[in-house]
Design a binder for this molecule. Structure first.
Ligand code: ZN
Length: 197
């Protein structure tokens, strides 16, 4: 009985990813208490968000993107995603694999004044990319999926992903910080944009 219940609870389920223009994406998301983190609906949401992120596929997903105005984000940059990039592109972006991270109530406690711009996309702005300047290094304080505090020191692409996801939890989208003349379809980014940055 119990077994059956858990199997159903965490059976893979993909959630619908909301697109830009949906007002939920513009709300400041609600913080969670450790007690709330331990509830089944929140644990279920984290499992479903992870499944949705991997299915997309993407490197980060925030709860407002699936219609839940809660301060939860999942981040993962898998080695297989890096195969689409040349070594010099990976080096310039300081992009390395990042194991799955669950961030709850994340806050940027330090950010380098040194910024760098690269094209980035968003699962809620499907089909488009543009250059967004981001701090090269950030320190993030948050709770993990068990409610334990953790501190993340991130640099390069990981730091960029964290800044993007934490923005989502405040109702900020990458287009708000984008250098709009660099906006491109993904197809045109592949054709022209990768050279520029
Ligand atoms: Zn996004």
């Amino acid at each position: 009985m119990c077994h059956h219940y858990l199997t159903e609870l965490f059976a893979p389920m993909k959630l619908k990813i909301l697109q830009v223009g949906n007002p939920v994406l513009r709300e400041a998301a609600k913080e969670l208490s450790p007690d709330e983190i331990h509830t089944l609906p929140v644990q279920q949401l984290i499992a479903y968000m992870t499944e949705t992120l991997r299915d997309a596929p993407g490197v980060g997903l925030a709860a407002p993107q699936v219609g839940e105005s809660l301060q939860i984000a999942v981040v993962e940059d898998r080695a297989e995603y890096l195969q689409h990039w040349r070594d010099d592109e990976l080096k310039a972006r300081e992009r390395r694999p990042v194991p799955l991270q669950v961030l709850i109530n994340p806050k940027i406690t330090a950010a380098s004044s040194e910024c760098i711009g690269f094209h980035e996309g968003c699962l809620s702005m499907a089909g488009f990319m543009g250059v967004v300047p981001r701090s090269v290094n950030v320190t993030v304080s948050c709770l993990d999926a068990t409610g334990q505090p953790k501190v993340i020191e991130a640099s390069g692409w990981f730091a960029r992903i964290l800044q993007h996801e934490i923005d989502h939890l405040q109702g900020t989208l990458c287009i708000d910080k984008m250098q709009l003349p660099t906006l491109a379809t993904v197809e045109n980014f592949q054709r022209y944009g990768r050279r520029g940055h």
